[in-house]
Design a protein around this ligand. Sequence first.
Ligand SMILES: [Mg+2]
Length: 274
Amino acid sequence: MLVSVLGTLAAIASLTIIVWGLPKQIYLNYKRKSCEGLAPDLVYSAFVIYLFWGIYGWAKPDWFIFVADIPGAILSAILVYQLYHYGDRQKRAEFWQKQFAWLKPDYILGSLLQLDISTLFRYSGRVYLVLDLDNTICLPGSEEVDPRVVEMIMTAMNRDMVAGVVILSNTIFPSKKREARVARVARLLGAEHVCAIRPHHKPHPKALLTAMDKLPGALPRNTIMVGDQLFTDIRLARRVGVRSVLVKPLGRDAAYITWKRWLETIIFRLTQWR
Ligand SMILES: [Mg+2]
């Protein structure tokens, strides 16, 4: 009789951790997609202990032991899987982040509107902005700029948080029409403009250095490059040593850019930057 009572109490005590503790840990790992802070040795030994006791309970047979331990073996097996799945994922991401460090943006934002100029100003003082044009400020071929972007830039300049702005746009071939469009958008923002022509186009360092020359006082430490492409805007910023902000493209790209977007998608998947 006493043995049965003790067995029942032991089974209830074991079920507490199975019903509450282990599922909670599994859910937490699932939510944060990580097993950080969880000691692998503890998980592996818990799995082995639960499994062996469960098998013992089945072989004896002792259904108290079996019922108390088999669910624990199943749940700790899930934890073992999570350690493998998320642990590997983190290591894989870290590996790829090292490989693509030459393309890493300092900040990744949804759009130019999310650029927190007052925080930048608080930490770094007055900044100089170098902005990409197509798909960062306006849609390719368009001159329509979101009025909120205009207001944001103008306000920051009036408050002396932004010392100067230049629009830096690649131009495959010299084109007066294109240059006139870039100039018109720049005027709208009270900015300078530079059309970078092959072979000194983005990501050639000369493109950014030419743009910075338009802003007296602009140095790598106080300049921020904002653009929507890893291989041109961000690569350029890293080459020159200025901070970079990657924004999501505003809309569809020209056909010749599509292949770069595929590569970007692969890089984002591998590095988990976005
Ligand atoms: Mg662009």
